[in-house]
Write a protein that binds this ligand. Structure first.
Ligand code: GDP
Length: 363
């Protein structure tokens, strides 16, 4: 058997070589296991595993943005002339001319501008003001004083459902404002019924329905072209029956004639005020971008229904913030709310001091 030993050795070596080669081959193919991972490139450096810090998102964190930051175009609408006024050594006729032009350009209106500057001249004489910087400070103080005063709160009275009527011409933002107010008031804990009283505009009720859903409010709507008074009456009844304390009533901004519209608004107000309802706010919604024209129309609403306040919308899109001054002096009604965009957070309380500072801000 001795001559068999070398043969066996050779066989063993061949088998060992074959097994080793196969293992190497299998290893190269990923050990026979299907994998989608590409093989690591020999030249690519191995990236260290970096633990990314978690991104903290606070979805509903209230963003406290000042009125000044949000005024958009209206901001600094009076500041343009500040540089030239300030650059003058003395207060002369050119100073007054520049101030007048700036106020009129900012939509303050001719009558209101004259009234403002007449009083400022009195202050200059009485206080012996000679420096431009002091003059501008006096102007700012006077404008702030003009806007101050008046009750800017939204009234809630105990008893039956409070009714807040929203009036104004078409397209000024009545329906949107009701939606925003509804959501804000609901967040404050009030139980809301919305009344789709703008039966003249087909889309208004659908628009209001979407807002009502967001606010968790009830919606009362009627047939297109129906009687707004009966819708608002039904809304008050429903509010009383369900223990809701606030009815937000939309109204039409257009009818076949203005006389009809004003008559209808008077009727709506009377009906809404019937027991158990009580009208505690009649808010005129005004579009800041329509400037002095809007103001003329507003006067007609003021004459027809007793207004308690103004909502000035679309101030984000107007470069003429001076309209607020014109409203106050022409209508003598406090601006209660300001619209600065289309979302619910874009309706803010009107702060006269912040507003005037923003109009004069240098940026
Ligand atoms: P209504 O006819 O008076 O009810 O007016 P709407 O509520 O239908 O509003 C007319 C348009 O103005 C809509 O496109 C609103 O989204 C828009 N709008 C309302 N308020 C504001 C605001 O404060 N700023 C801006 N930029 N748009 C607004």
């Amino acid at each position: 058997m001795e001559p068999l030993l070398p043969v066996l050795l050779i066989v063993l070596i061949v088998v060992a070589v074959l097994i080793g080669g196969g293992a190497l081959l299998l290893n190269r193919r990923g050990g026979g296991t299907a994998t989608l991972e590409p093989p690591p490139s020999p030249s690519a450096p191995t990236a260290p595993t970096i633990e990314e810090p978690p991104v903290v998102v606070e979805p509903d964190a209230p963003t406290k943005v000042s009125l000044r930051d949000r005024l958009g175009k209206a901001r600094s609408s009076l500041s343009g002339f500040m540089g030239s006024v300030l650059s003058r050594a003395a207060i002369d006729q050119d100073t007054w001319d520049e101030m007048e032009e700036a106020l009129i350009r900012a939509d303050v209106g001719v009558g209101t501008t004259t009234h403002i500057l007449d009083r400022l001249r009195d202050t200059v004489a009485a206080d012996g003001i000679t420096e431009s910087a002091v003059l501008l400070d006096a102007l700012k103080a006077q404008l702030k004083a003009d806007l101050a005063g008046g009750d800017r709160s939204l009234r809630h009275e105990p008893g039956g459902p409070n009714v807040w009527l929203f009036v104004g011409v078409n397209g000024v933002g009545k329906t949107t404002t009701i939606g925003k107010v509804g959501k804000q008031q609901a967040d404050l804990g009030h139980r809301i019924v919305m009344a789709a009283g703008d039966t003249f505009r087909a889309a208004a009720a659908e628009q209001l329905e979407a807002w009502a859903e967001r606010a968790g409010a009830d919606l009362v709507r009627g047939a297109e072209g129906g009687d707004p008074s009966s819708i608002i009456f039904d809304a008050v009844q429903r509010a009383a029956a369900r223990g809701s304390d606030l009815v937000l009533a939309d109204t039409a901004g257009r009818l076949h004639t203005k006389v009809n519209l004003m008559e209808e608004l008077r009727k709506v107000r009377r009906v809404a005020d019937r027991d158990p309802g009580q009208v505690t706010e009649v808010l005129l919604v005004l579009d800041a971008t329509t400037g002095q024209n809007g103001l003329v129309q507003a006067q007609q609403f003021t004459d027809a229904v007793e207004l308690t306040g103004v909502v000035l919308t679309k101030l984000d899109g107007s470069a003429k913030g001076g309209i607020a001054l014109a409203i106050q002096s022409t209508l003598g009604i406090p601006i209660k709310l300001v619209g600065l965009g289309e979302t619910v957070d874009d309706l803010v309380a009107f702060d006269p001091d912040e507003f005037i500072d923003a109009l004069f801000s240098a940026d």
